[in-house]
Ligand binder design. Structure first.
Ligand code: ATP
Length: 329
């Protein structure tokens, strides 16, 4: 449904997209995740047609919409977009906002259907200015979905909504998008948001797509150390292969192993060689910092019913789970 083939976009000296490639299949929800300024919004704007790339090729639904000598205007791409600030028309009521891109004869029934889908039945005659942030977001989403686009682009859909409501709305959004069966690309810098909503995540940095895969793949087998750290707390532990079973690795080869903090178990033991030197209560979990005998610091995340006081001597045990290795830096 969407393909970026080595897309580059510059703004003066800034390279906002640097040879970025990405494929999104029909019906998929893909999140563009990355730090501020990495090019996420630019990627959406290029997909929608609000920016023309300087190099590479963009396809929507199998048709080249931008590339050498080709540029298809946004309104001819059958792509819906929800902007960060929703960009609702303040002088039109909710129903007219939703109906904006629809042929006249389709308006009534489709608008009612969408109002119901996004949970705003009965609010069609309200003015957008009288709605809460969450309700405005739903109107913007309904407006984007109204003409049944194959592809919908969402730019940080929750930036204007408080944290508590966000979690609730994520579930709601997922339901609406799946009900419409639409392909979605959404931008976020919040990994939890990406994990909960996306089938696949494209992790970006400095205009490049560094890794694209299922949330589990990014978490457990990140492409490099930076990716590892961006998607979650990471222990990079020096390691040596004691007995080999995976192709290509020599016994004795050394490198680092990524161990996620929930795999690090702690057992209180007055004779233990490690010490708990930090403790942060997070509610359902507690994040510990543990100093090993050789000075190495490890992060451990344990359920909060396992209480290990600060300063405890502990024995550290690795639980079974997925780890990944990197060559020595
Ligand atoms: P954020 O999460 O902060 O919204 P982002 O990942 O969406 O960031 P972009 O908005 O795509 O990042 O910006 C990528 C880079 O391109 C940034 O350095 C930004 O300053 C620059 N940039 C984006 N749009 C323009 C523009 N119209 N003119 C000049 N520079 C721009």
């Amino acid at each position: 449904m969407l393909r970026f083939d080595s897309v580059t976009k510059r703004f003066g000296p800034t390279v906002a997209l640097d040879d970025a490639s990405l494929e999104v299949a029909a019906g998929e929800v893909v999140a563009l995740l990355g730090p501020s300024g990495c090019g996420k919004t630019t990627a959406l704007r290029v997909a929608a047609g609000f920016e023309r790339p300087d190099g590479g090729r963009v396809e929507v639904d199998g048709r080249v919409v931008a590339g050498p000598g080709v540029y298809v205007a946004p309104e001819r791409r059958a792509v819906g977009m929800v902007f960060q600030d929703y960009a609702l028309f303040p002088h039109l009521d909710v129903a007219s906002n939703i109906a904006f891109g629809l042929p006249r004869r389709e308006r009534g029934s489709r608008v009612d259907e969408l109002l119901e889908l996004v949970g705003l039945t009965g609010l069609g005659s309200r003015s957008p200015g009288t709605l809460s942030g969450g309700q405005q977001q739903r109107v913007a989403l309904a407006r984007a979905l109204a003409p049944r686009p194959g592809l919908v682009l969402l730019d940080e859909p929750w930036s204007a909504i408080d944290a508590l409501l966000r979690a609730e709305m994520r579930g709601e959004l997922a339901r609406v998008l799946r009900a419409e069966g639409v392909t979605v690309v959404l931008v976020t810098h919040d990994r939890e948001e990406a994990f909960t909503l996306a089938d696949r995540i494209a992790l970006m940095r400095d205009g490049e797509v560094l890794q694209c895969g299922r949330p589990e793949d990014l978490y457990f087998t990140p492409a490099d150390r930076w990716c590892a750290r961006f998607v979650g707390a990471s222990n990079l532990v020096p390691a040596q292969l004691a007995s080999g079973f995976e192709g290509g690795e020599r016994v004795g080869a050394s490198g680092e192993v990524l161990v996620r903090p929930e795999l690090v178990g702690l057992e209180i033991d007055p004779g233990g060689a490690a010490e708990v030197v930090g403790r942060t209560f997070l509610g359902h979990d507690v994040l510990y910092r543990v100093r090993l005998a050789d000075g190495t610091l490890l992060a451990a995340q344990r359920p909060s019913n396992e209480e290990v006081p600060l300063g405890s001597r502990v024995r550290v045990r690795l639980h079974e789970g997925r780890v990944t290795s990197f060559d020595r830096p």
